[in-house]
Design a protein around this ligand. Structure first.
Ligand code: TPP
Length: 562
């Protein structure tokens, strides 16, 4: 079959099962948009900024496990994708970013809207391509999808010159992809399973560490079966939250800098850590020499480069978390760790989460009210900052794969655009966005996309008048000199209304329940502007460079768990 390059592009996407793309047009990309008229099966969402297209594709990919696709024009369209691509890279999210390029004949001449986007994105993509011949286009797109979703997933960018998009293109979709040197190991070797099973059977105080890899491998059921088989507590990273229901008796929640104390104490006192699809990043381990000093590490990851990168592994296991967990569960009898679990329970009793804000609306109470309103079953996207940590601590995720946030890059402005994609994955229920007033002001233009697409998104603004997380560091480590962190903003309720989104301001704890109920009952989008206490800090906190055992708790004392 003969198509134009642009038609061939959409034909490839159809064969990859793509039914929605987030996109923004421009001169070089015009042929791509023009050809779209012939492909009504593919829904195209016009975002208001290309960064949002990349985040939306990323949110969709996290929520579905499928490849998310974004499209931008050359030059500024392509550079606007960069933060979104980097966000997907750091969190191992399968995204294919398609960019139009100036015509091949003028590449390298500083033509209008020419930018070397493959050069720019080289370190932030799993792989990228500049298509120079139309005969390479179809094979390249096939490869791009294959690379994005296999092994350790990640973003792949394909840059396509305009003349290739408009010119004729021979279409033959290859059945297989073979790339020399690229063969991710999915199943680890049987002798590794035997050694790991022995180490687990010998352990007295094992802890399972659930990372984002559990979600990527869709290994939720396997994680639960494994944890129940060996009766070990499960601690998660920020991105590992919702890998096991928070209601499960073995689920301890998040460890790390703002992790709950009992999870950190469990890790610090463990004699065996079984790390699943997590990379021991600095926010999780705290000071490396003090990290889990008595523990052997059994490190499971599909990317061999992660093993031994920060913490030496006693036993490396390269493979897909799902297969490894299946194999381990099959190799082990039921184990009894009653004493260890009882010890962990004492940590929980001694160090409960505190809610002691002085102001009329403690931010933690907003998250707790959201939890009560949604019964822990919400699909939730959080932005970056204090509010993100309060979500991680106080929202008890009962539903699997229900929490989406930028963990590795910590990208402010992620939540609203990512929620466009998460909402596409969950079309029949509202997606909840929890966002700080600073982060919201980075990408609030996407409210227009929410309205144009008629999405039932609920936006909860944690409005504290500060770039709160940075203010907290200024208070603790920079003599309380608040420079560059007090932040004003518009009247968010009026702003929402101007987009056509109803909303309401919440200033006291007493109003919360009703406000959330109203938001939940609305058919369409809704916005809550929660005026929370601006002086509040996130506790517990492990100060940078110190041990996870030395977490600082709320100086005002204790309170109850939700
Ligand atoms: C794009 C970007 N710029 C800067 C930062 C640094 N940073 C991390 S948290 C934060 C403050 C976030 O403020 P806000 O969204 O209001 O949330 P809060 O911490 O107040 O809950 C900043 C500036 C970042 N993570 N991302």
């Amino acid at each position: 079959m003969r198509y134009t390059g642009a038609e061939a592009l959409w034909e490839c996407l159809l064969r990859e099962g793509v039914d929605v793309v987030w996109a923004y047009p421009g001169g070089a990309a015009l042929p791509v948009f023009d050809a779209l008229a012939k492909y009504p099966q593919i829904h195209h969402v016009l975002v208001r900024h290309e960064q949002a297209a990349a985040h939306a594709a990323d949110g969709y990919a996290r929520a579905t496990g499928r490849v998310g696709v974004c499209v931008a024009t050359s030059g500024p369209g392509a550079t606007n994708l960069v933060t979104g691509i980097a966000t997907a890279m750091l969190d191992s999210v399968p995204v294919v970013a398609l960019t139009a390029q100036v015509a091949d004949a003028v590449i390298g001449t500083d033509a209008f809207q020419e930018i070397n986007i493959t050069g720019i994105t080289l370190p932030i993509t799993k792989h990228n391509y500049l298509v120079r011949q139309s005969r390479d286009l179809v094979r390249t797109l096939r490869e791009a999808f294959f690379l994005a979703r296999t092994g350790r997933p990640g973003p792949v960018l394909v840059d396509i010159p305009k003349d290739i998009l408009t010119g004729p293109c021979e279409f033959h979709y290859p059945e297989r992809v073979s790339r020399l040197g690229y063969r991710p190991v999915v199943r680890c070797a049987p002798y590794q399973v035997q050694r790991a099973a022995q180490a687990i059977a010998d352990a007295k105080r094992p802890v399972v560490l659930a990372g984002h890899g559990v979600h990527v491998a869709r290994a939720w059921e396997e994680l639960r079966c494994f944890a129940e088989r060996i009766n070990a507590p499960v601690v998660s990273t920020l991105l590992g939250l919702s890998a096991l229901s928070a209601d499960h008796p073995l689920c301890l929640g998040m460890a790390g800098m703002h992790g709950v104390a009992w999870a950190n104490l469990a890790v610090q006192n463990a004699d065996l850590l079984i790390a699943l699809g997590m990379r021991m990043d600095d926010r999780f381990t705290g000071s490396l020499p003090h990290f889990a000093p008595q523990a052997r590490l059994l490190h499971v990851d599909i990317d061999p480069a992660e093993i031994g990168k920060r913490v030496p592994a006693y036993l490396p296991m390269v493979g897909d978390v799902r297969f490894v967990l299946e194999a381990l569960t099959a190799a082990l009898p039921e184990l009894d760790h009653r004493d260890w679990l009882a010890q962990v329970e004492t940590y929980r009793v001694r160090h409960p989460l505190a809610v002691h804000a002085q102001g009329p609306l403690p931010p933690q109470e907003v998250i707790r009210a959201l939890y009560r309103t949604t019964g822990g079953e919400a699909v939730l996207v959080s932005d970056v900052g204090q509010h993100q940590m309060w979500v991680a601590q106080h929202y008890r995720f009962r539903r699997l794969n229900s929490f989406f946030t930028s963990g590795g890059l910590g990208t402010m402005g992620y939540s609203l655009p990512a929620a466009l994609g998460v909402q596409a994955a969950h079309p029949t229920e509202p997606v909840w966005v929890v966002v700080g007033d600073g982060s919201f002001q980075m990408n609030l233009q996407e409210l227009a996309t929410v309205v144009q697409e008629r999405l039932p998104l609920k936006v909860v603004i944690m409005n504290n008048g500060y770039l709160g997380m940075v203010r907290q560091w200024q208070e603790l480590f920079h003599g309380a000199r608040y420079i560059g962190t007090p932040i004003s903003g518009p009247d968010f309720v009026q702003l929402g209304q101007s987009f056509g989104i109803p909303g309401r301001r919440v200033g006291t704890t007493a109003e919360l329940e009703d406000a959330f109920a109203v938001a939940r009952e609305q058919d369409g989008p809704y916005l809550l502007d929660c005026r929370v206490d601006g002086d509040e800090n996130v506790y517990p906190m492990v100060q940078p460079g110190t041990s996870n055992t030395d977490f600082v708790e709320d100086p005002r004392g204790r309170a109850q768990e939700p």
